[in-house]
Design a protein around this ligand. Structure first.
Ligand code: IDP
Length: 151
């Protein structure tokens, strides 16, 4: 593998990864970080925290009003979350490829959700991870989960 530091002019791409409470509870945080690093991305920041209703309302604003919204918020409040900023060229789509499809039953083998997730018959997809869906979302979400970091 080539291991080349970015040129000074290269824009550093970042994404927000969340290891959701099911991932932390099941002891999968290390395995998920291992996959991010094994792919060649760099961990720029990480912290374990309890989310608040206010933080989740901002993070999931686009889903407000959907049937799974309140179960999703309740699930995200049910335990610790590991919030991570990962860096690297193409990391936004790249991490979503690593994560796999939203529904872990449909997620391809080889992906985090496909290998490690399943349907638990609950009202929300407990699918282990979140990854930002665009550079704009990443910037917004990193500011929410890492206020004051200045990234
Ligand atoms: P993503 O996490 O794959 O980007 P989004 O559509 O942004 O998926 O949905 C956010 C989260 O809401 C999902 O990761 C999942 O936990 C939950 N979710 C999404 N769609 C459904 C659904 O149809 N039923 C139950 N939960 C859902």
């Amino acid at each position: 593998m080539t291991d080349v530091a970015p040129a000074a002019t290269e824009t550093i791409e970042r994404t927000l990864v969340l290891v959701k409470p099911d991932g932390v509870r099941r002891g999968l945080s290390g395995e998920i970080l291992r996959r991010i690093e094994a792919k060649g991305y760099t961990l720029a920041a990480a912290h374990l925290l309890d989310a608040t209703p206010e933080l989740l309302a901002a993070h999931y604003a686009e889903h407000e009003g959907k049937p799974f919204y309140q179960p999703l918020v309740d699930f995200m409040l049910s335990g610790k979350i590991l919030a991570v900023v990962a860096e690297g060229q193409g990391v936004v789509p790249g991490f979503r490829s690593l994560a796999g499809a939203t529904n872990p039953t449909e997620a391809a083998p080889g992906t985090i959700r496909g290998d490690l997730g399943r349907d638990w018959g609950l009202k929300v997809q407990q699918n282990l991870v979140h990854g930002s869906d665009s550079d704009e979302s990443a910037a917004r979400e990193i500011a929410l989960w890492f206020p004051g970091l200045g990234l």
